[in-house]
Design a protein around this ligand. Structure first.
Ligand SMILES: [Zn+2]
Length: 421
């Protein structure tokens, strides 16, 4: 994960700042990174349990936060466009202005014949336009309806009924002002539209024109344009996933947190999940011969049930968890963030211990005769990763919010193990 973020995703950054890569190149990037994540350096084909698009989502939306190269490409190219609009000096910008700038708004220009670089900027300019706020100088580069120059939204949004009947959607502020804000409409206004027009006229008259060239401000970042601000906006996926986001804050090694993330998505490589990918192996649990689903392996297999009973008694919980959906209902039960993080640490420890134990008997044929083996692994995990104790809130959503304390009583487990042997 660290190698993908720091190396593979970073290699094309410089080139992406100058050229817009075709979709086929981005797909190739994704294929290489995805293959490396799931299969490492080996040549053997491995199953990809989660699609790459989900893994590229930011962590706060439930992904792994890998760089989405296509969005990054657009965000890096935006820098050129905004510097050009902002009047940046330099031979490169002078060349572009002299070649392509024929006056008027950059956002309103038709895409004409030009270099691949220029056409790339023009192709995605609508993403930049949404967040450019103009400080009007003389209004020669600002579109009256489409650009944000008065208020927080374009006038086409704030005064949509008037925009629908306007004669020229691309009219510049300079032209409108010169005609005493008479922007022209295709028909006479109704009573309600006349009231709206009076409001718009009053708003336009209140703007003070400082003269000189128009300047531009980036609305997503107070300190000016940043690639990060546009990247974050373009990769926004609506409502965040607070529970999956906290997975990355729990105290556990990165590989265990990744495993917990996979388990909470129900995508670990158990028989049932592999069967969906046309795996030809036996999808049954080797221990109890039931179908090996994620819920079965982590909660319903007799060994898992015993482990959860051990955890329940250690933490004074009222009941055991019975499936992945139980995890989300517990986390959604009004706990504080720290309590959720502690609980996730417990889940990570149990899941990892069960997974290691399962892999021992699936791949190495090692079936432990001692049922305390998994609880012992759980307590060792706490000893090594959390320092022996962790405070967590009562488990059941309907339970009293009593605070239990999990002590990794390794000596007791060791005594029990010795006596059983
Ligand atoms: Zn089983």
């Amino acid at each position: 994960m660290m190698l993908i973020n720091s190396c593979l995703s970073s290699i094309p950054m410089y080139a992406m700042g100058v050229f817009l890569f075709p979709d086929s190149i981005h797909k190739q990037f994704d294929r290489i990174r995805s293959r490396f994540y799931w299969a490492g350096l080996g040549d053997r084909k491995k199953y990809h349990m989660v699609n790459w698009g989900t893994m590229c989502m930011p962590k706060k939306f439930g992904g792994l936060g890998f760089t989405d190269t296509k969005i990054m490409n657009i965000s890096l190219l935006a820098k050129w466009f905004l510097r050009l609009l902002g009047g940046q000096e330099g031979a490169c910008f002078e060349l572009l202005r002299s070649k392509y700038d024929s006056g008027g708004s950059y956002f309103g220009k038709r895409v004409q014949k030009g270099s691949y670089f220029w056409n790339s900027l023009m192709k995605f300019r609508m993403w930049y336009q949404k967040h450019c706020v103009f400080l009007v100088g003389d209004g020669r580069r600002v579109r009256f309806w489409e650009d944000i120059w008065v208020g927080d939204f374009p006038l086409r949004v704030s005064f949509a009924p008037l925009f629908d009947i306007c004669a020229d959607p691309g009219v510049l502020v300079y032209e409108a002002r010169r005609n005493d804000w008479d922007v022209g409409f295709r028909r006479s206004l109704t009573q309600s539209e006349t009231i709206l027009w009076d409001n718009l006229h009053e708003l336009c008259c209140s703007v003070s024109f400082k003269g000189g060239s128009d300047s531009i401000h980036w609305a997503l970042d107070k300190s000016g344009y940043s690639v990060k601000s546009l990247y974050n906006w373009l990769s926004f996926h609506g409502v965040g996933d607070n529970d999956l986001k906290l997975v990355w804050k729990c105290v556990a090694p990165l590989k265990v947190r990744c495993f917990l993330w996979l388990a909470m998505r129900g995508r670990i490589q158990v028989g049932e999940q592999l069967g969906k990918k046309m795996w030809a192996g036996n999808p049954h649990c080797k221990l109890c011969h039931q179908i090996e689903s994620v819920d079965h392996l982590l909660f319903q297999c007799p060994l898992s049930k015993f482990t959860w009973c051990f955890v329940r008694d250690s933490l004074n919980w009222l009941r055991c968890l019975e499936g992945i959906s139980d995890i989300f209902s517990v986390l959604g039960g009004g706990l504080s963030s720290q309590q959720k993080i502690n609980l996730l640490g417990v889940y990570a420890a149990v899941f990892w211990a069960l997974w290691i134990n399962r892999n021992d008997y699936v791949f190495n044929g090692v079936i432990s005769v001692n049922v305390l083996n998994v609880p012992y692994r759980v307590t060792c995990f706490f000893d090594q990763e959390i320092g022996g104790s962790v405070k967590v809130q009562g488990l059941a959503p309907c339970s009293n919010p009593s605070v239990g304390q999990c002590r990794a009583d390794k000596r007791a487990v060791r005594r029990a193990k010795l006596s059983s042997e």
